[in-house]
Design a protein. Structure first.
Length: 207
């Protein structure tokens, strides 16, 4: 359990790499819940300062950040283009664990997005074209009609990635690990990125 990994009082917390710890915790959760362990709540802020939150799926941890994919015309896509700061939270209740992260978001390279899009099921590829994510639609039937039209359009050959559908990488400046403790005395360890050398400082927090 995590107490042996990061919460043991004899451990030098600052010698630990938080994204490595996150990867081990995620692997634990995946063994039990499969890909649903990658579900994370993603919080963004609109141009006028209104917060919003939704669940998205983590695709991978790459280049020091957490990558997920979205339609840039969606509410979260528009928020992040106006204010590129975001927060995310993973909760794995059967393990009594959660991880909270905050930091800026950047767009992944087009080639990376192309490669991932081409690996998706064909139906999901066409669905990315059919859905104007977050925009009002007159009915479910109109969406299904649009899907059928696109299935005919892309009847043969590869489905191209829509320009507005891409990957975003959350590069955390803060990562907090939380683990359930007896008498509600939970274990919390906060890592904060150092500005100078890109390392991390660590401090324990009261529950």
């Amino acid at each position: 359990m995590a107490a042996d990994i990061i919460f043991n009082s004899s451990t030098d917390a600052e010698s630990l790499e938080p994204l490595g710890i996150f990867g081990r915790w995620l692997d634990d959760a995946k063994r039990e819940s499969g890909f649903m362990a990658t579900a994370m709540s993603l919080a963004t802020v609109s141009r006028d300062g209104t917060p919003d939150v939704r669940m998205v799926l983590l695709q991978t941890v790459s280049a020091g950040g957490l990558v997920f994919f979205t339609n840039l015309k969606s509410a979260k896509g528009q928020h992040l283009q106006a204010n590129n700061n975001a927060a995310a939270c993973f909760h794995w209740p059967s393990w009594g664990r959660q991880v909270r992260l905050r930091g800026p978001v950047e767009r992944v390279a087009d080639r990376y997005a192309d490669d991932y899009f081409s690996s998706r099921p064909r139906g999901a590829q066409i669905g990315a074209h059919a859905s104007a994510q977050s925009a009002p639609i007159p009915s479910r039937a109109s969406l299904e009609k649009r899907l059928r039209e696109l299935e005919d359009q892309f009847l043969s050959g590869p489905v191209p990635r829509p320009e507005h559908w891409t990957g975003l990488r959350l590069i955390p400046d803060e990562i907090e690990f939380w683990e359930d403790g007896s008498n509600r005395l939970h274990d919390r360890l906060l890592f904060t990125r150092k500005a100078a050398d890109d390392g991390w400082t660590a401090q324990r927090l009261s529950p």
